[in-house]
Design a protein around this ligand. Structure first.
Ligand SMILES: Nc1ncnc2c1ncn2[C@@H]1O[C@H](COP(=O)(O)OP(=O)(O)O)[C@@H](O)[C@H]1O
Ligand SMILES: [Mg+2]
Length: 247
């Protein structure tokens, strides 16, 4: 059995010749199913670049990326879009919600895209929004009327809509205050446990890293450290349901 996610000898070079930037220089990573992994490292070390390769938003210069044995780096554009609809959910620092749509529509459009009826999509979106802790009173509003934490919850509901087995989150708490950020991290942890979902999350905060199963630290385009964090206080990342009111 191949590992759930396999990154093998991945390099990424932007630009050419004298203008070439060697961002990733040979990344190896095997991630088992249902792991909650954080990627850390200084700004500019290639975290987002790596996430884009995992999501099939970009292709590596050399090396391979495989999800459940399927080579993402060999997929064409159409196959990669299909992958993002079926297997990979994405969450970003800036939420990336569609500002002209209601909160509910931000979730249902993805469901309709995979062929669900409008009615079924509303039901599923409602269940998801409820699960991630977005109050029903907000569902008919545009996202901008919500707090940052609530907007990120909507983005998580959208990412979950099509039942991904891999969730990729690039600094999902980067625009949130620390308390709200913690409640979002607790939500990731709960989803990871509940759904056996593999989650790869980029974070700057050591505290956030400690709440995950494994930390991979990048430096100079290589994996510099790969370790199981020791939690100072395991209770500090309690259930998201307890913290939901803070977000
Ligand atoms: N599309 C691009 N073209 C050229 N250089 C890029 C591009 N994207 C990122 N870079 C460069 O690659 C390096 C790593 O960027 P990035 O992956 O965004 O780092 P991180 O997310 O760790 O902050 C930076 O030096 C950045 O300027
Ligand atoms: Mg980045």
């Amino acid at each position: 059995m191949p590992p759930f996610l396999h990154v093998d000898g991945v390099t990424k070079v932007y630009g050419q010749d004298a203008a070439a930037t060697h961002v990733l220089r040979g990344i190896h990573l095997e991630v088992p199913r249902a792991q909650l992994l954080s990627i850390m490292g200084p700004s500019g070390c290639g975290k987002t670049t790596l996430m884009n390769l995992l999501a099939g938003l970009d292709a590596p210069t050399t090396g391979s990326v495989a999800i459940e044995g399927r080579r993402v780096d060999r997929m064409d554009e159409a196959e990669r879009s299909a992958l993002r609809l079926s297997t990979v959910g994405l969450v970003f620092q800036n939420f990336n919600l569609l500002p002209r749509l209601t909160v509910e529509r931000n979730v249902t459009w993805r469901l309709e895209l995979v062929g669900m009826s409008a009615r079924a999509a509303r039901r599923v979106a409602g269940e998801l929004l409820d699960r991630v802790g977005v109050p029903a009173a907000a569902w008919g509003r545009p996202p901008v009327k919500l707090s940052g934490g609530e907007q990120q919850r909507v983005a998580i509901a959208r990412a979950l809509a099509t039942g991904p087995s891999l969730l990729l989150a690039d600094e999902p708490t980067g625009n949130l205050d620390s308390k709200t950020g913690e409640s979002i991290l607790a939500l990731f942890r709960d989803l990871n446990r509940e759904r056996q979902m593999t989650i790869v999350m980029v974070t700057h905060e050591a505290r956030a890293g400690r709440a995950t199963d494994r930390v991979v630290e990048l430096r100079d385009g290589l994996v510099r450290r790969d370790f199981v964090p020791c939690r100072e206080d395991p209770s500090e990342m309690g259930s998201s349901r307890v913290h939901a009111a803070a977000g």
